[in-house]
Design a protein around this ligand. Structure first.
Ligand code: FUB
Length: 323
């Protein structure tokens, strides 16, 4: 049955899907949105997630299965609230769920939990990964075995509050004519329980080699990074937040600099847009979310997927999610 562009599950609200392929099956690691009637705001207070469920599909034609609760906030010592968009890395024979949440001081950090199975349950570390901040981790294991984590998000994700190197609750985005903030990149150790290098901001430039500026809201980084490799080129894709696009930039190195290439997906129903990209049986797919299932309530989202294709020059053919 064709499952594309439909909510993959409807019994719970899900968002921020990070998809991976293990042993011929597709596993999806989403956020789990909790319905409530509170207001939306720029801090993202409406996103009140408390746990993670792992979804799986035997193939792109199969129905999606919810494998139940894989990790709950009550079992994570360092978390106070808001377990947002996770990712999963398989290294050293273990599955590592990498997830952001607010620590006991209300500051977003990134932590890890580990399992022998891709569907968990995951055993969390006692503390977050020291040296991390902000949200939206994407863990990319390169062909040489190096493990890179890309992360960061503006506004609710607090990225602009770390501009000075330490947490400044009054930190603001750069002025519109200054280089935009970009995601952090860092290497993880083999067990994914510590950083293995110093985090740095990747460079994202335009076709002339100039930094993308903070005022360029159609192109500047906002949140939700994803890294994939196609034909030996590294693709860093992300959400532009306020303009609601998914866009991408490419490089011949996983650490950049990345050159902006274009738009990948037009806006979806709902404020946020967040995705991942995988290869499955020789075809490429984007997993994403929208708020169709709740008729547009921003914090009641549903994950979907659809096929993507590449032009001969490596550019990705843009998706309109509703055409
Ligand atoms: O789900 C909470 C936040 O909304 C994520 O961290 C962002 O990427 C956005 O999708």
């Amino acid at each position: 049955m064709n499952q594309q562009r439909k909510p993959l599950v409807t019994h719970i609200f899900t968002a921020d899907p990070s998809a991976h392929v293990f042993n011929g099956k597709i596993y999806i690691y989403p956020s789990h949105d909790i319905p409530h009637n509170g207001e939306d705001n720029d801090e993202g207070d409406e996103y009140l997630m408390e746990d993670y469920h792992v979804l799986s599909m035997d193939s792109t034609e199969s129905t999606c299965v919810d494998n139940g609760e894989a990790l709950h906030m009550r079992d994570v010592k360092w978390v106070s609230k808001q377990m947002w968009a996770p990712d999963l890395a398989y290294t050293n024979g273990k599955y590592h769920l990498i997830f952001p949440a607010r620590d006991k001081n209300g500051i977003f950090r990134i932590g890890a939990a580990h399992s022998d199975s891709p569907i968990g349950p995951f055993k969390p570390d006692d503390d977050y990964l020291k040296g991390t901040c902000s949200i939206d981790p994407c863990v990319f294991v390169d062909d040489d075995g190096k493990i890179y984590m890309f992360y960061g998000g503006l506004w609710g994700g607090q990225l602009e509050k770390w501009k000075t190197g330490s947490f400044d609750p009054n930190g603001k985005e750069p002025d519109p004519d200054k280089p935009a903030l970009t995601p952090y990149c860092v290497e993880l150790n083999g067990d994914c329980n510590a950083l293995a290098s110093e985090p740095f901001h990747v460079k994202i430039v335009d076709e002339n080699g100039n930094d993308i500026l903070a005022g360029d809201e159609d192109r500047r980084y906002f949140e939700g990074p994803w890294m994939h490799k196609y034909n030996n080129t590294y693709y860093l894709s992300y959400s532009t937040g306020t303009t609601h696009y998914l866009v991408y930039a490419t490089s011949n190195s996983p650490t950049g600099p990345f050159t902006f290439r274009g738009r990948l997906m037009e806006p979806v129903i709902g404020w946020t847009t967040h995705h991942s990209i995988i290869e499955y049986e020789g075809k490429w797919y984007i997993f994403y979310h929208d708020a169709e299932l709740s008729n547009g309530i921003n914090h009641r989202r549903c994950v979907k997927f659809t096929e993507i294709t590449y032009a001969p020059d490596g550019s990705i053919i843009k998706i309109d999610p509703y055409k």
